[in-house]
Design a protein around this ligand. Structure first.
Ligand SMILES: [Zn+2]
Length: 77
């Protein structure tokens, strides 16, 4: 009972069967279109950025706000 894997063409959403020549694209044309998108920056690679310094900054601002002072209560960390 081997099920054929199928994916949708990233370009035109046509169902593509694994193993086809242009998989995962339905055709050479769609593959080129997709490559073109990448090249032109239509796809923005956005990975969640965990910047410890930025988070620290934000928490520091919050602390200052809640304490009412501007650092005169001392650094407890
Ligand atoms: Zn396609």
């Amino acid at each position: 009972m081997a099920k054929l894997k199928s994916l949708r063409c990233p370009t035109c959403k046509t169902i593509v069967v694994a193993g086809s020549e242009d998989f995962p694209f339905c055709s050479d044309r769609c593959r080129l279109i997709d490559l073109g998108k990448w090249a032109s920056g239509a796809y923005v690679i956005s990975s969640p950025v965990h910047d410890p310094e930025l988070l620290d900054d934000l928490e520091g601002l919050r602390d200052r706000e809640s304490s009412g002072g501007f650092g005169d209560s001392g650094d407890k960390k």
